[in-house]
Design a protein around this ligand. Sequence first.
Ligand code: CP
Ligand code: NVA
Length: 303
Amino acid sequence: MTRHLLEIDDLNADELEEVLERCTAPHPARVLDGRGAALIFQKPSNRTRNSTEMAVVELGGHPIYLKPDEVDIDGRETAEDVARTLACYHSVIAARVFDHTVLERMAGAVTIPVVNLLSDLSHPLQAIADLLTIRAEFGPQLGGRSVTWVGDYSNVARSLGLACSMQGMRIRFSCPEAYQPPAEDLMRMAELGADWAEYDGDPQAAAEGTDVLVTDAWYSMGQEEEAALRKPIFERYRVDQALLDRAHDDAIFMHCLPAHRGEEVTNEVLDGPRSRVWPEAANRQPAARGALEWLVGASEAGR
Ligand code: CP
Ligand code: NVA
């Protein structure tokens, strides 16, 4: 069976452990030795492109970056035909897309792993890097630890919520009412093993005593025209020092980056002693390496 990673819960809890173990293994298996990995980007990227390209190199492979107008998914040819073509030359297809269903269509068309490099719905490789960051701080047993997400319920929020649920964590989302997680996502998190997963519109209450405080941009790539509308709505959800002070004394702050400094987070917090945004960014490479190594190995073993 070919294994894809379109959302973090495409892995079960044991498989996620195996991936995390591969991320920290000192000697990656060179599962892509002499083979290619096609990396398609419909949107800009700094961390994801560079960390994934370097992860492919660490696995012995050759990454090829494909810019949006190069393959022009569903313009020049269908997503399925793009994927079928790339599968002739590559052992992995990874893509950053606007519409999550494009990834599902590509995955349905090929027998090599398809990996989500961020879609409107999810960002699983970011979630793996985030778990590595949280574990580096609190150890591998995260059951009962709490994470509070403040701001927009974004693609990153969803994947992180699901990933933390698989670790038995307590998850609270504090977002403006119109930007809160859908009930089915909270239900899925509970199903996956979250100690609890809930919405609390009051950021002060949600941050109280938490171990991990996380945010993301108030408007994602493709939503830039909503910036003026969103800014006043999200003003109350900025992570500043006063909000971080409500968290546990040992709490850490995380942000997937890029940050809009002064909007969703102040410089004081982002550059402060509790910020882990740079280890989090650095963890993108082991996360990509571990996930790719596992997916290629599992697919070829028929798991
Ligand atoms: N965090 C993240 O995915 O960053 P990029 O958009 O720069 O890849
Ligand atoms: N939510 C953000 C994450 C960027 C890494 C976006 O989709 O633009």
